[in-house]
Each structure stands twice: as C-alpha cells, then as structure tokens.
Design a protein around this ligand. Structure first.
Ligand code: GTP
Length: 595
C-alpha cells in the first residue's frame, strides 16, 4: 500500500469508557467483520480479559475505509489500558501517528485518560478527542466537552459525539481519522527497520510478533534479525490481521502486521525491540527499547505441597507468553516450597495468580507484595532485596526504596480524605489542579505503600469515585526496618516485612494479635513476638492448654476464615513445626490473607 493511503492509530481511554465496544463497531461499519460473525469484544482474546472486562494484550487490526472514492487502509492498534503495562502502551503508541482520545460522556476525564493522553503527546501523536456513550441518559456532553477542551485546547463544539453501542457517529469518526491523522513516513530504500509493539504466544503457531514497519520492507522467507540480541530467524509467515491472520507478500513502509518465525518463547521477540534484515542490517536500532522490569514481588505457594511440580510447570508455560514474568524457587518454614515471582505491578500479579488458579487448577497462597530495596551495609556492600528474608543482618547504613509519581482524580469533595490517606502513606504533594467538578492530585509516594492495599483504601474513602495512576520516579532514601515475627523465639519467615520505622509497631501488633487468635494452644506457653533485630516491639502469648479442655479449646477461638479454609481442604490438616510449636498451615494462610 502507498504510505499516503495508510493511517495508523490507537484508541486511548480510561478503563470501561468503551474502547472495545467502539472497536467492535468500527470492525462492523468498515465491513472487516461481517455482521453475522460479530460478537462483543471481538478483539479481546483471553477469557480472563473478557470476564474482567479489561484488555491485557494489545492487538492490531487492518480495516478499509473510503473517502471521496479513495481507498485507505486503517490500522487500529489496541493498547492495554492499565498502568502496570505502561511500557507496552508506550510502544503501541510509538507505532501510531494518531490517537482517538475516548471519554465516557457520563463519567468525564479519569486518571488513565490523562496518563494515556500525556504518553500520546510525548509520542507526538495527533489527538482526536471523542465523547462516547452519548446514548446514555446520564451523559453530560456539554460539561465533558468543556473538560476536554480545557485540557487539550480547541473548541468544545468540535469534539465528536459517538456511541459505540448504537454506532452513532462512528462513520464520521473514521472520516476524521483519515482527514486529521498524518500518513506514515519512512525510507523505503533504507535497510529494514520494524518496531515490535506486541509479541503474543500462540500454542499452534508459536510466537506471533506484531510490528510496525518504519523503513524498508520484509518479504516472506527472508532472514530477520532482532537488534537487541543479534539472533536471527526465518520469517516463515508475514501477514496482517483483518482481524483474522491473513498472509501477505510482505510488509512495506508504514504498514502494520505480524511475523511468524517459529520461535517458542516471547523472550526472543521482545516488545520495543527493532527487527531488521539479516542480509542488509540497519546500523541503528529504533529508540525506546527497554527490558521489562518487575516492580512488585510476591511468594506464590501451593496450598497442597504435592502441587509444587504443577506450579513449576504452569509458570514455565506462562513465561512463554509473558516476557515480564520472573520467578525462582523459594522455601518457607511456614508455607513449604514455592516460588518468588516478580511482576510489573499489582494487576499483573493478580492476573498471573488468577490464571494459575483457573487454567492450571491450582490453589495458591501469595505472600504480601514487596518492592525492590537497595540496602547499603556499614561495611559498604550493596544488597538488592526483593524478599524480606534477604535483608542483611548487622549494621545497615542506608536503604533506598522505589518512588512513584501518583496521579489521583476524584470529585473535589474528597480532597480532604485523599490528602489524609496520601499523607499517612508518606506521600508528598507535587501539585493539584481543578478540572471542572473534579480535582487531580499529584503525589510522590513510595511504591511499597501503594502495593499495600492503597487502592482499596482510596476507593473506600471516595465511595469508588477516585481513579489512580502512577509511574516510576526513581528512588529515595528512607528510614526502613525489617520486622520479624517469632514463635517461641523462632522466626516465621513468611511474616517478615520491610516497613517504615513509624509503622513497625503497627505491623508488629497487628501480626502478633492475628497469630494469637489463629494458632491453637499447645502443651506449653508460646510467646509470639515482633522484633526489629534483637529488639522486641510487640508481644502476645498463647497460654498452655490444660489436658481436660483440649477438645473444647481447639477451634474455640479460631476465626471464621480459617474454618472456611479448613472445610475447603476437607480436614486435611497439615501441621508445620516452628521450633517446638505445632501450627496448622491454615493458620499461617489465614494470617497472611488478613481481613
Ligand atoms: P477496558 O477494555 O477495560 O479498557 O474497557 P473498554 O474501555 O474496552 O470498555 P468496554 O468497551 O468493555 O465498555 C465498558 C462498558 O460500557 C460495557 O458494559 C459496554 O457495554 C458499555 N458501553 C460501551 N460503549 C457504550 C455506549 O456507547 N453506550 C452505552 N450505553 N454503553 C456503552
């Protein structure tokens, strides 16, 4: 295709503002998917995406649209909406010349609308603002149009009003995409350079690599080379999705399509990398490539120890599809054999554990999420800690923790409640801005505070109205300590936590209290202590049982949660020994899950 007749664009929106529904209507209006084959959320492939209504993996689809008798090829690149995947979002945006900024006409601008808009602007994309869900009775197009115009300029009247549900305004939107978004430009005679913006594992075909051709071209059967590693592969198939994969004679400047090389692991085809030709390689890779870096770590353990090999196999399998997932074996006194896993963020953690449960039928327990700490000891050695158990003993000179720039958007009535919460999480205010009835608060905050149920608290304090977005902002030194939990003097590893010194007492009392309620009485008295190094900061005691009340005592002060877990496991009681103390594993699990 002549590049002048190509338009590459994406849709950026906050979660639930209707991106997938609009994409469905575009597929239908352009005749890309015949009416009889249409089903909701056509482009979302994974079941879990469909059920949870979120898009995890981006996709590209080619559509045709005519304006004044001239035929155009439109490549729509779907972007994941969530902050955990912001690197993937940024690569998808880099594959486009323009973006449709989609805003729910009833909800208005949200945190991810802003985050995605800023990313699109950084990539110099032409922005087409669009109001969606105009059919809703609660839609307030005038107010939301003004919000958008205030944000990006232009006049509120020029903002297109559409309904992804009824299809209203969708044709005008396609016309506008062609009119406003620039055609791609590139050097057709230069050595081939294509940017990978997605890489998807398919159990039949191996890895499918989605690329945007920047310069030159590829033809089937030629040898292509990944510039970050120098590894080369034969392009067995080249094609475009329309939306089913359709082989083509190649890809030329400005085009978007896929390559299949037979590799079996997405790590050999990394998002952001540049693909070139083996015979005439480009000298310089395209800018913007970085390796995915896990930010959040958690230990995953099978509830039933005999499931350990299944868990290992499942993780090996998921790794083929997910270049950002990391793991290594780990053992815990309390929980047995498991894996320490690294994730991009909390949603990524949730998705992986959900898939392990669902697709591999595993019952799992996850330890409290932790972030990466850089610890410098008095003798000058540097230790990277992603697990409290790796925290060095002895004298610590300094600890550095990751910090993120957080943007919270909420109705202005909640400003006080939000500020209070952010301050209690060691946030410092960077700025505040009113957007009509709403306010955007920007804080710098330790990531460690956010991974610890921050979003839940934010939602409950704002009755669900606040939205949150964050991006890495570097590191800071902080007064952090490791709190250990001891049963009769023996450390229970899964409960150690790295917390701010001011919160150490709170964590210590909460955990010792929880364990006292959950651990059954023994023949002897069992002290439960929380300690920083050798210094005890909290203590509870489980009194010894008298023989005659044994039967009654057991179960007497055990929480409901634990009973539930017990029932699930049909009384298969697995006892763990911590020193001399016998503890049912369920007690540890209940204590970790909290309330
Ligand atoms: P994510 O993939 O999670 O980012 O969501 P999304 O932005 O793709 O939203 P989706 O298309 O799944 O729509 C979210 C909800 O809004 C669904 O319940 C849709 O049925 C509904 N919806 C989408 N567009 C419209 C519209 O134009 N009018 C009305 N009334 N509802 C809509």
């Amino acid at each position: 295709t002549d590049p002048a007749r190509i338009r590459n664009f994406c849709i950026i929106a906050h979660i639930d503002h209707g991106k997938s529904t609009l994409a469905d209507r575009m597929l239908q209006v352009t005749g890309t998917v015949p009416d009889r084959e249409m089903r909701a959320q056509y482009l979302d492939r994974m079941d879990i995406e469909r059920e949870r209504g979120i898009t995890i993996k981006s996709q590209a689809v080619r559509m045709h649209w005519d304006v004044d008798g001239a035929a155009y090829a439109l490549n729509m690149i779907d972007t994941p909406g969530h902050v955990d995947f912001s690197y993937e979002v940024s690569r998808s945006l880099a594959a486009c010349e323009g973006a449709i900024l989609l805003v729910d006409a009833a909800q208005g601008i949200e945190a991810q609308t802003l985050a995605n808009l800023y990313l699109a602007m950084e990539n110099d994309l032409e922005i087409i603002p669009v109001l969606n869900k105009i059919d809703l009775p609660a839609a307030d197009p005038e107010r939301v149009s003004r919000e958008i115009a205030d944000l990006i300029g232009g006049s509120p009247e020029d903002i297109l009003k559409v309904s992804g549900k009824t299809g209203m305004g969708v044709e005008e939107l396609l016309d506008r995409v062609i009119e406003r978004i620039p055609a791609p430009v590139g050097d057709a005679d230069a050595p081939a350079r294509a940017m990978i913006f997605d890489s998807v594992y398919d159990s039949y075909r191996g890895v499918v690599t989605y690329v945007r051709m920047i310069d030159g071209s590829f033809s089937p059967r030629e040898k292509v080379m990944m510039m970050s590693t120098g590894s080369d592969h034969e392009a067995l198939e080249i094609g475009v999705s329309s939306p089913e994969p359709t082989p083509t004679k190649g890809l030329a400047v400005g085009e978007v399509g896929y390559l299949i090389t037979g590799v079996k692991d997405v790590r050999q085809s990394k998002v952001g990398d540049t693909v070139t030709s083996k015979r005439h390689p480009a000298t310089e890779a395209l800018p913007g490539y970085t390796d995915p870096k896990p930010m959040v770590f958690s230990g995953l353990y099978p509830l039933d120890g005999s499931d350990y090999p299944v868990l290992r196999e499942a993780l090996d399998k998921l790794k083929l599809e997910d270049a950002a997932l990391q793991y290594e074996p780990e053992t815990s006194v309390a929980l047995g054999f498991g894996f320490r896993c690294g994730f991009l963020g909390l949603l990524h953690l949730e998705i992986i554990s959900e898939r392990l449960r669902r697709e591999f039928d595993l019952d799992l327990i996850a330890t409290a999420p932790s972030v990466i700490y850089q610890v410098t000891t008095e003798d000058g050695s540097e230790v990277t800690v992603t697990n409290p158990s790796e925290y060095p003993d002895g004298k610590i000179k300094s600890v550095r923790e990751p910090v993120v720039k957080t943007a919270i958007l909420a109705p202005k009535d909640y400003v006080g409640a939000i500020m209070e919460l952010c301050q209690s999480r060691r946030g410092s205010l960077l700025g505040m801005e009113y957007l009509g009835e709403r306010v955007e608060l920007r804080y710098s905050m330790p990531l460690g505070e956010i991974v610890f149920d921050f979003f839940d608290h934010l939602k409950s304090r704002t009755q669900g109205y606040a939205s949150l977005d964050y991006e890495p902002m570097g590191e800071q030194e902080a007064d952090l300590v490791k709190v250990d939990i001891l049963l009769q003097g023996d450390q229970v590893d899964a409960f150690s936590a790295i917390v701010h010194r001011d919160n150490a007492y709170h964590y210590g009392t909460m955990m010792t209290e929880r364990l006292r309620k959950l651990i059954p009485r023994q023949q002897f008295e069992v002290p439960i202590q929380a300690a920083i190094g050798a210094r005890v900061i909290a203590r509870e005691t489980i009194r010894a049982i008298r023989k005659d009340v044994l039967a009654k005592c057991y179960g007497g002060d055990i929480s409901r949660k634990r009973k539930l877990l017990e029932k699930q496991k049909e009384g298969k009681k697995r006892m763990k020994m911590v020193g001399r103390v016998e503890v049912p594993q369920e007690a540890f699990i209940a204590a970790l899950s909290g309330d």
